[in-house]
Structure formats: C-alpha cells, structure tokens
Design a binder for this molecule. Structure first.
Ligand code: DGY
Length: 321
C-alpha cells in the first residue's frame, strides 16, 4: 500500500505508517503542488495524506476515485467537497481535538499582543526608534475583568475561554447554535444572541468552521455593531471576515484592534495595510504549529490511514460513508 503526502510529515505519524509496512512518499519541494500535479501523483498511490491547502474538489475526486482514504492533517475540512466525496464513496478524515490547546494559545497570544501593541513596539526597536520614552505614547489596554465573546464555542473556544478566565478573570459570553453546558458550568459562560455578543464583547474571538453561512460574516455591518474599544481575533479561517471591511473598521476607529492567524487570501502580501497598524497582530496560520501538536496530528492521520487499509472503522471520518 502506497501513501502520498503533500508535505514532509511530522515524525511520529510517519514512523507509525512505516512500522506498519506502508510506503510513504513525501512531497519535499518548497513549493505547493498544482491541482494537475496533485491528481497526477495521486493516480499512482492508494491513499492521500493532505498537509497542504490544495482543494479537494469534485474534479479531483472524480479522477482519483480509487483512493482508499484522504486523511487530512488538519481539523478544518472546508477545502474538501464532502458531498462529492460522499457521492464517490471516498472516505475523508480530519484531526479534531489534538490541536485545540495550541490553537487556543495562538488566539490568546494574538489577544495579548494586540492589547499591548506588542508587534508594533517590536518593530520600533528594529527601526531604531527606542530612544525617547513618553508616558502617554502608544499605550495598550488592560484585559483584567474584560468580557471575552466567543463565536463558536467548541473545543478550541473552550480552551481559549479557560485561558482568559484564569489569566485575567474575564467574563465569558458566547454565541452558538446550541448550548455548551460544559463551558457554562466550568467557566460561567453565558450564551447570548449574536447581536449581544457584538455589543458586549471587549475581545471577540472567532472559533467557528468556515461554511457558506459563516463566509464573510464579519463585515462592515457586523463590525459597526461592536464596541469602538473592541479587539477582533480570528484563528479559524480568513474567509470568515471581509478583509476590506476589517481594514476600514480599524482605520475609522469602528473597532480598536485585530489579531489574525488566518487571512484571506493566504499568504498575506507584505504590503498589506494591516501589517502597518499599531493595534494589529498577524501570524502566518501557525495555530497548530508546535512540535507536540503537529506530531499528535500526524499520529491521528496515520491511525485513520491504517484503519482504512485494515478495513476497520475510521476514527475521525468527516464523510458519512
Ligand atoms: C486546521 O487544522 O484546520 C488548521 O487551521 C490548519 O489548517
């Protein structure tokens, strides 16, 4: 059985596959595969381990319907046409849970960096502008006792809320379709309407999946309902916010700051105006990028592949086969 991996895979998962006698070929070039190249490669393999942002659309699936499994090295599966995979009976799996803490830590890092203008002050040092300190210049804001609003309180949002409660005694409100009773019990989180979430949050952190309903959800009309002192954090998917509207909201003081681990498009270009704003912190989609977490994700993906080859139930299937 032969597996094609679209990137070099963290060692723990790779070893698991190799110890089971499977052959893993990794794409080692420092450039992404085109759609045509991905199809051409996959046609020679039995399984795909997808660790890149290639889109798994119907055209790909129709030409690679022999694949026994497409194992994603991510929790998000918005890049996959799940309906087409279901139609063609190609199982797709993801890596939920194991990256919740690392991703929540990235949201927390962004929140604190924005609140204290950390990226801006770091850039001052780089340009030799650390010579005259003024007690009133370039001040940040405290987070102690402020209100954290979570849009999409699942695993990642829960860890983010936990961090914020224990570090800063923040009050937690959230908006979900259903209730998160565990977070209500553990953290005193209160479920509110979307309008109340916008109006009351001092920090609004997005942890929802990208779906047709959430695409472009944070736009001019939504930003205008937030506090002028609010910080917007997105570690979920860049397409959930409208970038032009976010830039305008920051420039016009409609909201105070933003922390982004995800942008639209990715990669963000170096001349993007967001990168020059003192109350903005941007990271290049590193939510799950720790040694421990990436290894855990690779083990999970490997276990899904092994299950597919052994004909046992797939632990983390997103398709409904
Ligand atoms: C995920 O796992 O979905 C991360 O955002 C990486 O894409």
């Amino acid at each position: 059985m032969k597996i094609f991996a679209t990137r070099v895979i963290p060692p723990d998962g790779l070893e698991l596959l190799q110890r089971a006698g499977l052959t893993v070929t990794q794409w080692t070039e420092k450039r992404g595969l085109s759609a045509a190249e991905l199809i051409a490669h996959c046609q020679q393999y039995d399984a795909l381990l997808l660790a890149s942002d290639n889109h798994i659309d119907r055209a790909f699936l129709e030409q690679c319907r022999h694949l026994k499994i497409i194992a994603l090295l991510s929790v998000g599966y918005d890049k996959v046409d799940v309906a087409a995979a279901n139609d063609l009976r190609i199982p797709v799996t993801n890596t939920p849970g194991v990256l919740s803490a690392a991703t929540a830590d990235t949201a927390f890092l962004l929140m604190l960096s924005v609140a204290r203008k950390a990226f801006f002050h770091y850039k001052r040092i780089l340009r030799g502008d650390w010579n005259f300190s003024e007690p009133t210049a370039n001040l940040g804001i405290d987070l102690e006792g402020k209100t954290l609003g979570i849009w999409g309180l699942g695993n990642i949002g829960h860890v983010m809320a936990k961090r914020c409660v224990s570090a800063f005694g923040m009050k937690v409100i959230y908006h979900n379709r259903g209730r998160n009773e565990a977070a209500e019990k553990e953290l005193g989180a209160v479920r509110v309407s979307f309008e109340a979430l916008l109006a009351q949050s001092d920090v609004l952190s997005v942890h929802t999946a990208l779906t047709p309903e959430t695409t472009g959800m944070f736009n001019k009309a939504v930003f205008s309902q937030m506090k002028p002192s609010a910080i917007f954090i997105n570690t979920a998917r860049g397409a959930i916010h409208n970038e032009g509207d976010l830039i305008a909201a920051l420039q016009q003081g409609v909201i105070w700051g933003a922390g982004l681990d995800v942008t639209n498009p990715e990669p963000m270009q170096p001349d993007n105006p967001l990168l020059d704003m003192p109350t903005v912190a941007v990271l290049p989609h590193i939510g799950s990028a720790t040694v421990e977490t990436r290894n855990a994700m690779s083990v999970m993906a490997a276990k899904n592949i092994l299950a597919a080859f052994n004909g046992t139930p797939l632990p983390n299937q997103v398709t409904s086969l």
